[in-house]
Write a protein of this length. Structure first.
Lengths: 474, 279
């Protein structure tokens, strides 16, 4: 199994030697008899079912009762590797927030001509309703999920940013919990940085952005679309961990200057709403008037400083795929620093010369919809047959502005349990960066793994699974 | 010109309603063409809160009331000193970049017919002369859509109004917004009041028109229903992407009741005798 495929960076190997970070895991898997392995795999599945974590990651839809496969072989980052990622992730989260604060205020980056104005203001995710307002601490995206892939020893790329309500963090926490329960010995042999501080850090972050009109201990709630949402488990899990109420729109109402929660002891004022519903559904008096999920009048209370909404309505304009290209520019413009993390080179089909290149090289590229997510509506050129390529060519030519293209990245691999034993499988990573009074980052994230041999698509809707992600302590 | 305005909206519900929440933009702001001398919004026993000036410069406040309710009345009364600025919006403080108003909504979505009319109307006007083009588009809407009260509904889209060839001021405004977008001119919906005269239409209820962003001038009002630019007979209340987003009152009720709305607006010149029209 230690055979190295030189095309892809195998995170466990250095040449044909096992790296120090993986030594104990290599011994562990080699010593594990096949029957114990399947027993453990079964036990893990039972544990996941018992806690009820069966939703699709990243709001991909699909069967909400389906279990996302859990792979027991952890992914490991050394302290040194993580230091660089940590710096890069915090930097990016800070720049994205500075961008949001700017484009809803004076728009200096647009005036300076660094980003074309129409890409921002004439964008579905740009909310006219919040122009000129300043949320508490001027933070717009409080939980930033940054999707990363690795292509070499020191080479990481950011695939996309998620500034609205990135999901999946409950997997990060549960994967660790279950590994510790099943293999306590591994956690004695290795010094692994804990991730269980996430809930406390999230609560600190939310409390720290209480609105100006809040004069007591801030009352935080999580606003969910309800139990039919694919991430409902995560909403209730986080509410439990933080010790806050999980509410639906119908549990809240607006009266006077504030938002109130209906309780058996009468109305209770709400100060901070961690919402897991989209902007369009937040308030029928401001956005979609047919929304039954939101709270009528909420946006007026928000805009007059009576409540904080996390993430801020309008934050989505920073994670739009057309804006993604400019994030390194944001880092330079707002922070005056060189970007630590690189973007994947991206061709905008909206630009005729770049579109021409994309059409001519379709078989080598990955093509995505500008506003799409979840791996749907995506073309992986090298894996596509002739008719799929033709169909996509036609789609791009019909609506070029709807597509971007990127090179097919040689995603790194991590050893993964498969039927025949252990084999390398491709992975990505989503860490969750918290932005409030401070920027906080739990060491780790969610590793998704493409379980099918050779597959580069890690989405759970297309054969992806999840792994525990270790960051070794210094 | 000094105008006196009285605008009464009465909401009636066929079954008692548990709770009502409305967002109001019923207070005009001072601009070069209007100075507010006196203004009052009476919402009876409702609680008022969460008031602020939004990014588009409109004063916004929230009204909520616990039921059971069978009716709810909002009475707006005020006096405004107006001045003809040929439709140009001057002295209005706002932060929303004009380019944000290139965004279409379901109601102003472009179709081949709307694009066709825009192209036809702007023929012969130079692209650099956006004022000429805006006037041409306004005339084209006036000619293509006849003013026929009751011919359209609140949810009628620009495309539907053009297809039917009939509509009211809200339809004229939305068709004009769509045509402007077809010409890459930022455009928005404006709600307000119009003093009725013998040759004007649309003053029975609160009136609506469009503003187009014209190079060198900024926002300029165009009332396609009357084929003119707003003058001293007009009072501007608030704006938005379309009739829903630009409505002076947006509300929801908690309860399964059907809601009916009766609106009466009287805009009188100071000294004019009281004669109220019903909408």
């Amino acid at each position: 199994m230690t055979q190295a495929d030189p095309t892809y960076f195998n995170e466990m190997l250095n040449g044909s030697d096992v790296r120090a970070a993986y030594e104990s895991l290599e011994r562990w898997q080699a010593a594990m008899p096949a029957d114990l392995r399947s027993l453990k795999q079964h036990e893990a599945e039972q544990l996941f079912r018992r806690v009820g974590i069966t939703f699709a990651v990243y709001g991909e839809g699909g069967d909400p009762e389906r279990l996302i496969p859990f792979d027991m072989f952890p992914r490991v980052f050394t302290a040194e590797e993580w230091r660089k990622l940590d710096r890069g992730i915090r930097q990016r989260a800070a720049a994205l927030n500075a961008f949001l604060a700017d484009v809803y205020d004076r728009g200096e980056i647009l005036r300076a001509g660094r980003i074309p104005e129409h890409l921002v203001t004439h964008n579905e995710a740009f909310e006219k309703a919040v122009v000129g307002m300043r949320p508490s601490r001027n933070v717009w995206s409080h939980i930033v999920g940054i999707d990363l892939v690795r292509t070499g020893r020191d080479q990481f790329y950011v695939l996309e940013d998620n500034c609205r309500t990135p999901s999946g963090v409950s997997y990060m926490l549960q994967n660790r919990e279950i590994m510790m329960r099943m293999f306590p010995q591994l956690f004695l042999e290795n010094r692994i940085a804990p991730v269980d501080g996430y809930a406390a850090a999230l609560k600190r972050t939310l409390v720290s952005v209480a609105p100006p009109k809040c004069d007591g201990t801030p009352n935080v709630v999580i606003l969910t679309p309800g139990q039919f949402n694919s991430a409902y488990y995560e909403h209730s899990f986080l509410a439990d961990l933080m010790g806050v109420e999980l509410v639906e729109g119908q549990d809240l109402f607006v009266d006077g200057d504030f938002v109130w929660m209906k309780t058996t002891e009468g109305p209770q004022k709400v100060d901070v709403i961690y919402r897991r519903i989209d902007d369009a559904f937040l308030d029928p008096l401001c956005f979609r008037s047919d929304s039954m999920l939101g709270v009528p009048g909420l946006m007026n209370v928000y805009r007059s400083g009576g409540v904080s909404i996390c993430s801020a309505p309008g934050a989505g304009v920073a994670d739009d795929k057309a804006i993604y290209t400019f994030v390194p520019e944001m880092v330079r413009f707002y922070l005056g620093e060189a970007p630590v993390l690189e973007n994947v080179p991206t061709w905008q089909c909206a630009k005729p010369d770049q579109c021409k290149y994309v059409i001519e090289n379709l078989a080598e590229l990955v093509v995505k919809e500008v506003h799409g997510s979840g791996g749907y509506g995506m073309l992986v050129g090298p894996k596509a047959d002739k008719s799929q390529l033709e169909a996509f060519r036609a789609k791009i030519e019909a609506r070029p502005e709807n597509y971007i293209a990127q090179p097919t990245l040689a995603l790194s691999t991590v050893p993964t349990f498969v039927d025949e034993g252990v084999a390398p499988r491709h992975v990505d990573l989503r860490p969750y960066c918290l932005v409030g009074e401070k920027i906080e980052l739990v060491p780790g994230g969610l590793t998704r793994v493409a379980l099918n041999e050779g597959s580069l698509v890690v989405n759970s809707s297309q054969g992806g699974g999840v792994k525990d992600t270790w960051v070794l302590a210094e | 010109m000094k105008l006196r305005i009285r605008h009464v909206s009465t909401f009636a519900f066929d079954a008692p309603v548990k709770r009502l929440v409305q967002s109001h933009r019923l207070s005009p702001t001072d601009t070069a063409s209007q100075r507010i001398m006196a203004w009052n919004v009476d919402t009876g026993p409702a609680s008022i809160g969460a008031a602020f000036r939004d990014g588009a410069g409109d004063w916004t406040q929230t009204v909520s009331l616990r039921g059971p309710l069978e009716t709810f009345t909002v009475t707006v009364e005020g006096e405004v000193e107006t001045q003809d600025q040929s439709g140009v919006l001057r002295g209005h403080r706002e932060h929303v970049p004009p380019s944000a108003y290139l965004t279409s909504t379901r109601r102003t979505a472009l179709t081949a017919e709307l694009r066709g009319l825009a192209a036809e109307a702007s023929e012969g006007t130079a692209p650099g002369r956006s004022l000429d083009r805006a006037h041409a588009l306004c005339r084209a809407v006036h000619d293509a859509v006849a003013y026929v009260p009751g011919s359209t509904e609140a949810a009628t889209t620009a495309s539907e109004a053009l297809e039917g060839g009939r509509g009211v001021c809200q339809d004229h405004a939305q068709v004009l917004i769509a045509l402007a977008h077809a010409c890459e001119i930022p455009a928005r919906y404006v709600a307000g009041y119009l003093m009725s005269t013998e040759d004007s239409v649309g003053a029975e209820a609160s009136h609506a028109w469009a503003e187009l962003h014209v190079d060198g001038l900024g926002w300029v009002g165009f009332d396609a229903a009357n084929a003119c630019c707003p003058d001293a007979r007009y009072v501007r209340l608030c704006s938005g992407y379309d009739a829903a987003d630009g409505a002076p009152i947006r509300g929801v009720i908690d309860g399964a009741a059907e809601e009916s709305l009766d609106v009466s607006v009287a805009v009188l010149r100071d000294g004019q005798s009281q004669s109220q029209s019903q909408g």
